[in-house]
Design a protein around this ligand. Sequence first.
Ligand SMILES: C[S@@+](CC[C@H](N)C(=O)[O-])C[C@H]1O[C@@H](n2cnc3c(N)ncnc32)[C@H](O)[C@@H]1O
Length: 345
Amino acid sequence: MTGGASAAETALAAATADHLPVLIEEVVDALSPAPGEVFLDGTFGAGGYTRALLDAADCTVIGLDRDPDALAEARVWAPLFRDRLRLVQGTFGAMESALEGQQALDGIVLDIGVSSMQLDRARRGFSFLRDGPLDMRMAQDGPTAADLVNDADEGALADIFFQYGEEKRSRALARAVIAARQSGAITTTGQLAAIIEEAAPRKRPGDMHPATRVFQSLRIAVNDELGELARGLASAERLLAEGGRLVVVTFHSLEDRVVKRFFQRRAQHGGAGVSRHVPNAPDAAAPSFEMITRKAVTAGEAELSRHPRARSARLRAGRRTAAPAHPPEMTGLGLPGLTLSGSFS
Ligand SMILES: C[S@@+](CC[C@H](N)C(=O)[O-])C[C@H]1O[C@@H](n2cnc3c(N)ncnc32)[C@H](O)[C@@H]1O
């Protein structure tokens, strides 16, 4: 390069402009990075949180994402941070195997959900506003949303819409999907959005798009997002050093409920279903976290005016104690009791 910015600097500037991280000051504040500390950004995305941590202290960050596109874009600018940034592809639900050999961490952040990069690209099939293949796979492997919509039976579809989308018209919408697919497979986001819109038209012009909840529910099912969250929280508990911080940002009530219950159960005596009356198991019931946030932190007015998506963001954070990790649990966290096996293959 003669003068001007290098390719890495140009890519870094583009990544910074591309995605506005939510609750960024609150995330850095809760993680309070110090020189020499090691952090896991378990939902790397466009790397907004990672860069904020790297800028805030002379620390190291491991950027983990299940989406190969997110990491491919970051590989262009990551060398600017030399050995302070390492990129790893994998899921945070399996963070221990993805980070094999890693010493205990000083902080872990999870920013749950879909990135603007994923939403804005029609070919990824996440958005009912952009016509593209009905895909929705963050990791770009395994069954797609089209497989689910075309293969699941009516009861299973209705359960997904209801449990993962909190969609009140779940049964009618499942029936509409089953009826529509009699005349050919549903393969695009546009087709599905039109089927839902016809079955449940907006009552008033300003109402939410009728397909919003259905799309959310399919995305959660395709990516097993709630299972990932429960496994990710339990893994984070095991990987954090004493004093290590866990910060989780969620965007809808199903996820926030899981995070809230996880911290409630870990920050009190006898949590995780282990009775403090069980003989010889006093340590297992000792609190493994103390809360950094007393209640969910939400965006202030200034952020909301720049960033409407921040409206539904909730941040909860805890600090790891010296107590052993509690036994992992899937019950007690408020996960919907939905199993897809059998009705969706
Ligand atoms: C909301 S974005 C994160 C944005 C990021 N905080 C930033 O500042 O750029 C969520 C990212 O997490 C990734 N993701 C979602 N679930 C994941 C999982 N279970 N394991 C790993 N990555 C996941 C998505 O692929 C997406 O890139």
